[in-house]
Ligand binder design. Structure first.
Ligand SMILES: Cc1cc2nc3c(=O)[nH]c(=O)nc-3n(C[C@H](O)[C@H](O)[C@H](O)COP(=O)(O)OP(=O)(O)OC[C@H]3O[C@@H](n4cnc5c(N)ncnc54)[C@H](O)[C@@H]3O)c2cc1C
Ligand SMILES: *[C@@H]1O[C@H](CO)[C@@H](O)[C@H](O)[C@H]1NC(C)=O
Ligand SMILES: *[C@@H]1O[C@H](CO)[C@@H](O)[C@H](O)[C@H]1NC(C)=O
Ligand SMILES: *[C@@H]1O[C@H](CO)[C@@H](O)[C@H](O)[C@H]1NC(C)=O
Ligand SMILES: *[C@@H]1O[C@H](CO)[C@@H](O)[C@H](O)[C@H]1NC(C)=O
Ligand SMILES: *[C@@H]1O[C@H](CO)[C@@H](O)[C@H](O)[C@H]1NC(C)=O
Ligand SMILES: *[C@@H]1O[C@H](CO)[C@@H](O)[C@H](O)[C@H]1NC(C)=O
Ligand SMILES: *[C@@H]1O[C@H](CO)[C@@H](O)[C@H](O)[C@H]1NC(C)=O
Ligand SMILES: *[C@@H]1O[C@H](CO)[C@@H](O)[C@H](O)[C@H]1NC(C)=O
Ligand SMILES: *[C@@H]1O[C@H](CO)[C@@H](O)[C@H](O)[C@H]1NC(C)=O
Length: 577
């Protein structure tokens, strides 16, 4: 009853007052809203979500399933830029990130492709007990409401294996009505097969290998994007024990006591009118501000590398050097061709091919596996030095050796080529999935409004360039192979005369917006920030639940996996009740 009265105060927006909730969730994005929904399904549990963005349910830049790009550089995009990428022609690269109910799920490319099973199992191999494919797979299904393709969509290439999917979860997953009819899917399929890549009828069951026509986070029948707000918040917004508050969290407030592990009392945030306010958490504070802001909020709260905290005049609460380190993203180079007839680019082209090291290197595989293995001590040293030794050589060696064995021994897909349309061109989007480079995200001032310095350190490991080039060559080979060959004229980007070389890779890539690792889940002795229950080491009641905790990159795309991680995390929280 007590809560009810106070909550009504909130809901009528008379004023935001100091108040207590069981859980205070920082960030109403992809993961934050998932957790908010599940925790508040218990009527006795009160949950507050603090999110700087707004409800964008009728913003066409969000709802349109033509998806990627419409919202870029608008008010629903944080519009981050990286620092100068000194191993990549010194350029700064754009980092778009959702500032809206739903976070980045509201502006992303809608691709719904889960991880390869071996990639999730690798989390457990790194020491994260309980995080493996067999524990995560049920949560992928729990989050999903798969929409069975119509006959026209099946004709256009849609296919699925019923057991892989969930049908009663919150997130609509399906094929868009705008798939190209006609022969395009088949022509792409046959070309990949001619190069040795089998058709994969459904990449969402733990094997992404080969060519597939992927589903999207869309509500096909309503023809709108299925983002985290539409999936996890709108259906439950009437719950009186769940509130969404607009504001930017500045820091976590700690209880002053003598216990060794810190206890969060709540958070301090700045409301849209500029006033600084507080919310108190009876139970836990959950950080879901994404891989760029969650580590920054930890640092602003005194949790992180003591040198960085001191440089920014932040009192040290918990020394935890890996906060903001281990940042990993994938570089993305595109090559464009002029289509022979305009109708070749009609509609949305959801075609992906996942590629293994043996596909790429053929008879040279063993030589390359050996030379890269021999380079790992040097790479671990380079990366450790670049982190100012905050990530240890043994930790990096463990990570890189596992990555190497996934790529070269287990033959896990390590590259992806999207065969797609970019404006009026046919295109290949070329993605190395598991680069060895690692970077960081750190605050540069004690002002929470200021953006952190985002330095993925693309291509600090030179091999990542060699590898990207190899994948780009395969994309070029695709367009030189029948029947794809008859679909296109000249390569228009880079223009036909330009050689695809290291300079091109470094100078014209985009960030893939798949940043992970900045609050890495690892054993503490390996330099982890969170443990297997996603609780921040040295705290009693702060967890990170978002892309920051993923220890290593995936073949596939993040959203599906993040929904599954957040679903499982909600169960881990409730297991403690
Ligand atoms: C342009 C783009 C395209 C992508 N394309 C795809 C794709 O096609 N398929 C795919 O699977 N993945 C894609 N991704 C990746 C995927 O969307 C993201 O990895 C995922 O949405 C991140 O989820 P999150 O919960 O970690 O963070 P977000 O969903 O980004 O949520 C973080 C939330 O925290 C809020 N926040 C930030 N600072 C604060 C603060 N100080 N206080 C309170 N709240 C704060 C933000 O406003 C945001 O709402 C794409 C990402 C981007 C950016
Ligand atoms: C949508 O994006 C366009 C630019 O791409 C912008 O001009 C417009 O204001 C945006 N609409 C909203 C509602 O933000
Ligand atoms: C977004 O803004 C940045 C900075 O002004 C600019 O460099 C970039 O080209 C813009 N991107 C898009 C997609 O509009
Ligand atoms: C996955 O984790 C669960 C829970 O710890 C464990 O029971 C199971 O054996 C693990 N499965 C595999 C394949 O490792
Ligand atoms: C691709 O080809 C295979 C045969 O190799 C076929 O079974 C499958 O339906 C085709 N898929 C598409 C999208 O054309
Ligand atoms: C393909 O056909 C369907 C059903 O007739 C139609 O709704 C859709 O718009 C068509 N797609 C394209 C890209 O023309
Ligand atoms: C493009 O149009 C031509 C002529 O109408 C048709 O034969 C062909 O199948 C179409 N191609 C695709 C990919 O739809
Ligand atoms: C293997 O290496 C040789 C010699 O460097 C090279 O010519 C050839 O193209 C390579 N093959 C593949 C599949 O990379
Ligand atoms: C690579 O190393 C393995 C193990 O040492 C060895 O058996 C193999 O012959 C080496 N391959 C090449 C091509 O040198
Ligand atoms: C690097 O580490 C040293 C030793 O801890 C410290 O004095 C220095 O300030 C650090 N540099 C940066 C940029 O953090």
């Amino acid at each position: 009853m007590f809560y009810h009265i106070l909550l009504l105060g909130f809901l009528t927006q008379t004023s935001i007052q100091t108040i207590h909730y069981d859980y205070v969730i920082i960030g109403g994005g992809t993961c934050g809203l998932t957790v908010a929904n599940r925790l508040s399904s218990h009527p006795d549990t009160t949950v507050a979500v603090i999110e700087p963005g707004k409800d964008e349910h009728d913003n066409p830049n969000v709802t349109s399933i033509l998806g990627l790009g419409l919202a870029f550089n608008t008010s629903v995009d944080w519009q981050y830029m990286s620092t100068n990428q000194i191993y990549a022609a010194n350029q700064q690269v754009e980092y778009h990130s959702g500032k809206a109910w739903g976070g980045s799920s509201a502006i992303n490319g809608l691709t719904y492709i889960r991880a390869q099973n071996a990639h999730i199992d690798a989390w457990e191999t790194l020491g994260n007990e309980g995080w493996n494919w067999s524990t995560l797979f049920p949560y992928y299904r729990k989050s999903e409401a798969f929409q069975i393709p119509t006959p026209a969509q099946t004709d256009a290439g849609a296919s699925y294996i019923p057991d892989y999917h969930g049908y009663t979860g919150p997130v609509n997953v399906g094929y868009p009505l705008e798939m190209p009819n006609g022969s395009l899917a088949s022509l792409v399929n046959i070309t990949w097969r001619n190069l040795g890549y089998e058709f994969n009828p459904d990449p969402n069951g733990g094997y992404v290998d080969g060519f597939s026509v992927w589903p999207m986070t869309v509500d096909r029948d309503k023809d709108v994007r299925a983002d985290a707000a539409r999936a996890y918040y709108y259906p439950v917004r009437e719950r009186t024990n769940l509130v969404m508050i607009q504001g930017l969290v500045n820091r976590i407030i700690w209880k002053e006591d003598t216990m060794e592990d810190a206890l969060a009392e709540g958070v301090e945030f700045t409301a849209p009118d500029g006033t600084v306010q507080r919310l108190y958490a009876n139970k836990e504070v959950i950080l879901s501000a994404g891989a760029i802001r969650s580590p920054a909020i930890l640092e602003l709260s005194g949790v992180g590398n003591p040198d960085i905290l001191t440089q920014n005049n932040i009192p040290i609460r918990i020394p935890l050097p890996a906060v903001g380190e281990n940042a990993q993203d994938q570089p993305n180079n595109v090559i464009l061709y002029a289509p022979r007839t305009p109708n070749l680019t009609d509609g949305i082209l959801p075609y992906a091919t996942f590629i293994t090291a043996s596909d790429l290197f053929g008879p040279n595989l063993s030589t390359i596996a050996n030379t890269t293995l021999a380079a790992i001590p040097e790479w671990a040293t380079t990366l450790s030095l670049a982190s100012n030794s905050t990530v240890s050589i043994p930790s990096l060696t463990t990570q890189l050796l596992l990555q190497h064995s996934l790529i070269f021994t287990d033959q896990v897909p390590c590259a992806e080529i999207f065969t797609t349309r970019i404006e009026s061109s046919l295109a290949s989007s070329v993605w190395p999935l598991m680069p060895f480079s690692r970077g960081s995200v750190h605050i540069t001032s004690s002002n929470p409004e200021e953006y952190p310095a985002l330095d993925p350190r693309f291509f600090i490991i030179d091999w990542d360039v060699t590898f990207a080039l190899k994948v780009a060559e395969l994309a070029g080979l695709f367009w030189a192979t029948e029947p794809a060959r008859w679909m296109v004229g000249e390569r228009v980007f880079p223009s036909a005369g330009v050689e695809l070389d290291a300079e091109w890779v470094r100078g014209s890539f985009y960030a893939n917006h798949h940043l992970v690792g900045t609050a890495i889940m690892l054993p503490r002795e390996l330099g982890g920030v969170v443990g297997t229950n996603l609780r921040v080491y040295g705290t009693r009641n702060v967890r990170v639940i978002d892309a920051s905790v993923l220890p290593m990159h995936l073949s596939g795309h993040l959203t599906s996996t993040l929904y599954a991680v957040a679903e499982r995390a909600a169960d881990l929280i409730m297991d403690d009740w």
